[in-house]
Design a protein around this ligand. Structure first.
Ligand code: PLP
Length: 229
C-alpha cells in the first residue's frame, strides 16, 4: 500500500473512532484533504485512494492545480482568507468557499457566479474565540449575515467555519452552540448543514463537539515545506 493510501486510511479510522465515541454515524463527517503547498501530482495520487474533495489556501497555486487536474472529478474548496479583489476566480473555479466573513465578499461571489453553474457553497467564517485577527466575523454578527447572505442568488450558505487557537475545546463547543442557534431560527434548516472545524491536530475534539467537515492537511500529506513556494 502506498504512503498516501496508508495516511488516508489512518485519518478515516480516526474519524470513524471519533464518530463512534460521539455516537454519530461516520458519514456525518466529511474529510476535506488540505493540499496547499503540495504539487498537483501528489493530489492526483491521493485522488486514486478515493479522495474527491480538496482544500486550497492560495489562489494562484490553486488555479494552477485546478487546471493541471481538470481531467479529475475533484470538488475544490477554498479555505484561505478571501480578499475582495480575488472573488472572481473563486466564483468561477471553486465549489465551496469557507472563508467568507463580510457581506461585500458574499455579494461579489454571488454576482460573479454564473447562473449556469451550480450555486457556490459558502461557509461563514466566525472568530469564535476572540482571537486578535481580522479573519472571521464576530459571533454577534452571525445572525444578520446569515439573513443577508441567504437572500443572495447563486450561493448556498451551508454553515459556519472556525479556526480556533490550539488546545481550546471550549471554542468547538461554542461554535457548535452558535451553529445550532442559527439552525433553530433558519427558514430552511435543512440547508444549514455544515460545521467546518478541526484539523490534523484537533479533529477528534472537533468531531466530538459536532464538526461535520474536518480540514486535514499534515496528517494526509505530511509536513508542508513553505520554502518551495
Ligand atoms: C492549512 C489549513 C488546514 C490544515 O491544517 P493541518 O494542521 O495541516 O491539518 C486546515 N484549515 C485551514 C483553514 C488551513 O489553512
Amino acid at each position: 500500500m502506498n504512503i498516501l493510501q496508508e495516511a488516508r486510511n489512518q485519518v478515516l479510522q480516526q474519524i470513524e473512532q471519533a464518530c463512534q465515541l460521539a455516537g454519530r454515524p461516520q458519514q456525518s463527517v466529511e474529510l476535506l484533504a488540505v493540499s496547499k503547498t503540495h504539487p498537483a501530482e501528489m493530489l492526483r495520487e491521493m485522488y486514486t485512494t478515493g479522495q474527491r474533495s480538496f482544500g486550497e489556501n492560495y489562489l494562484q497555486e490553486a488555479l494552477e492545480k485546478i487546471e493541471a487536474l481538470a481531467d479529475l472529478e475533484i470538488e475544490w474548496h477554498f479555505i484561505g482568507h478571501v480578499q475582495r479583489n480575488k472573488t472572481k476566480h473563486l466564483a468561477s473555479s471553486f465549489a465551496w468557499v469557507h472563508g467568507v466573513d463580510r457581506l461585500i465578499i458574499a455579494e461579489r461571489l454571488s454576482s460573479q457566479r454564473e447562473a449556469s453553474q451550480a450555486p457556490l457553497n459558502i461557509c461563514l467564517q466566525v472568530n469564535i474565540d476572540a482571537q486578535d485577527t481580522k479573519d472571521g466575523c464576530q459571533p454577534n454578527e452571525v445572525a444578520d449575515l446569515v439573513a443577508q447572505i441567504s437572500a443572495l442568488p447563486n450561493l448556498r450558505l451551508r454553515g459556519l467555519m472556525v479556526i480556533p487557537a490550539p488546545n481550546n475545546p471550549q471554542a468547538f463547543a461554542d461554535a457548535k452552540a452558535l451553529f445550532e442557534h442559527v439552525k433553530a431560527q433558519h427558514a430552511k434548516p435543512e440547508d444549514w448543514d455544515t460545521l467546518s472545524m478541526g484539523m490534523s491536530g484537533d479533529m477528534v475534539d472537533a468531531i466530538a463537539a459536532g464538526s461535520t467537515m474536518v480540514r486535514v492537511g499534515t496528517a494526509l500529506f505530511g509536513a508542508r515545506d513553505y520554502s518551495q513556494q
